[in-house]
Design a protein. Structure first.
Length: 258
């Protein structure tokens, strides 16, 4: 089987590639962008510019950006392993401010990851569907974190995916990223209650207060957004940065709140 290499001068990209490839059980070699490829039939990952400027005989380059690492590795993985078309893509999601996801192709674990928000998780699931082209998509969502859960359910139903809500008891063990991923794998493996109707998003008082606290941290103590704006953020109609801007905070881009 051909060798696999990370061949880029972008250290942040190299780090993310290492994580993504190791999640597939692949331990890549590391090369400077100007080093010759030891295996002329090998695969190597670099930035779009590095791949475009590589010699014609320089192996099989895979162009990747920092923002597309996981999607690009998934697409490459199918080709590398010559995987057949997946009949069913099963996705387990542990909902919350930082949801964990695990995805299976015909009962084989393809990967797992946590995300900074529902939108990022949904974007990744859509990318997995585009990459694998499954005949059937089943999304299983844990029954915790009601607003995030229902946002995920509604998005999946609008794309005509099958959806089940799974009892999270005995799946959640803590709040770290790795524990969210572990919970997502357990949620994926448990049958749940079928959902066929869109949910009404109704943030609780506690969720509104949590968003207000996060806005204060994101603005370094300068702004606490209103309950109305916190509701917009919680239901996905507005980002935290947009809510802070609407509240008058514009001295610098808002950082992601913990």
């Amino acid at each position: 089987m051909a060798g696999v290499f990370v061949r880029t001068s972008d250290f942040r990209l190299a780090y993310r590639l290492l994580q993504a490839l190791e999640s597939k059980g692949v331990s890549p070699g590391f090369l400077d962008v100007n080093d010759p490829l030891p295996d002329h039939e090998g695969w190597w990952f670099g930035t779009p510019e590095e791949v475009a400027n590589a010699p014609v005989s320089g192996g099989r380059g895979v162009a990747v950006t920092v923002d597309t690492v996981h999607e690009s590795v998934e697409a490459w993985w199918r080709s590398y392993r010559l995987r057949p078309t997946i009949q069913r893509l099963l996705v387990g999601i542990d909902p919350g401010p930082r949801p964990g996801c695990a995805w299976y192709g015909d009962d084989v674990l393809l990967g797992k990851r946590s995300f900074d928000g529902c939108d990022a998780a949904l974007q990744h699931v859509r990318a997995m569907v585009d990459v694998h082209g499954p005949v059937d998509v089943l999304v299983r969502v844990g029954n915790g974190a009601p607003v995030q859960r229902d946002r995920l359910i509604n998005a999946a139903l609008r794309r005509r995916w099958r959806v089940e809500v799974v009892d999270e008891r005995r799946t959640s063990r803590g709040g770290s990223r790795h524990e969210h991923e572990a919970s997502a794998t357990k949620i994926a493996q448990k049958s749940g209650q079928r959902v066929v109707e869109l949910r009404t998003l109704s943030p609780t008082d506690g969720e509104i207060r949590d968003l207000q606290q996060r806005s204060r941290r994101a603005s370094q103590g300068a702004i606490t957004i209103s309950a109305a704006l916190a509701t917009e953020v919680c239901t996905g109609r507005m980002t935290m940065a947009e809510a802070l801007l609407a509240s008058g905070y514009s001295s610098s881009p808002a950082r992601t709140a913990d």
